[in-house]
Design a protein around this ligand. Sequence first.
Ligand code: FNR
Length: 373
Amino acid sequence: QMDIYESGDEGAKLLPVSFEEWEERARKVLAAGPFGYVYGAAGAGDTHQANLDAFKKYQIRPRVCCDVSNRNLQVHLFGQSVPVPFLLAPIGVNSIFHSDAELAPAKVAADLGIPYILSNVSTLSLEKVAEVMGDALRWFQLYPPKDHELTKSLIQRAEAATVDFTLLGWREKDLRNAYLPFLSGEGMGNYFSDPVFRQKLDEPPEKNVKKASLKALEEGNNTCFTWKEVAFIREQTRLPLLIKGITHPEDAKLAVNHGVDGIIVSNHGGRQLDGAIATLDALPSVYEAVGREVPVLMDSGIRRGADIIKAIALGATAVLIGRPYIYGLAVAGESGVRQVIQNLIAETELQLAISGKSSIQKVDRSLVMKVRD
Ligand code: FNR
């Protein structure tokens, strides 16, 4: 914060501060297809809007005269300590936003000790991304394919599975732009490098990228994915397994009964089922159902420090950041991602302190009030 003030006019001209300004800058630098892909949502965008509006229903009721001279943003997840209460959400095909693709968020996350969840449909293979991250906290998001052998092959490194994407949502911006980056081989880093996937093709994927991409997409259209498949995935790994895309408390209970180690309350940033419940609205009941047994994370609509604090007060152990860091990536590559993340850390720390709390661990339900339905 002080760095920005002290930089004066010079600094003010450098990189954006607010989410809205990052979004506007990204709109200017990206072509219509990639911008629509990140900005857009499913259908009329009602769920996306509901995600954002839900944060306005709760307000922070700060406490005063508390000693906040030492501040601690740390949270604990699966035996690891994470310095801030957020992670970078899995977002595919980063090459459509910047030539550094997934390497930029991976490096920033590794430098700051924040877990980076690599998307199943990343441009770069998970081995390449792991290489630049070293021993830092690396998570992998899996879209479970139909074929168990392919699932097994991918799962050896998988630590998080997404289940709200058995079919691609009805995304009007992308339909209008006839834009689906995967068709040109973008986001296929993990499939094209997978030995089981390569065996399914008559020729190497590099020879007929479109055909191979269609095959990968078909594998991912996994509409017969059921709890039985979750049990199968559980058997394949002893790594912590989370399910991303849960909003119903009964599903959260089923997930825990199937041995998952954590839940990510998510509606994919409003990109899948339009008309679905906002995640902040879903969080309290999911927390009530399973929050004493496993960590409950959440995403969709987190834009500012206040949003993070509200989500934690309502039961989240930590949250995932999606579009904000992608706008940073689009505008200024690695330094854009770094700036977005550092601003968010600084803002969250200030919000926490001004709320009268010296640590994230002290944030509880009493810190927020529901002011409207
Ligand atoms: C996503 N998301 C996503 N989720 C996932 O599990 N695997 C993926 O490959 C992707 N890809 C993806 C691409 C783009 C462009 C966006 C915007 C989102 C969803 C993501 O992980 C997260 O749930 C949302 O982005 C959170 O919502 P906000 O913060 O973007 O509103």
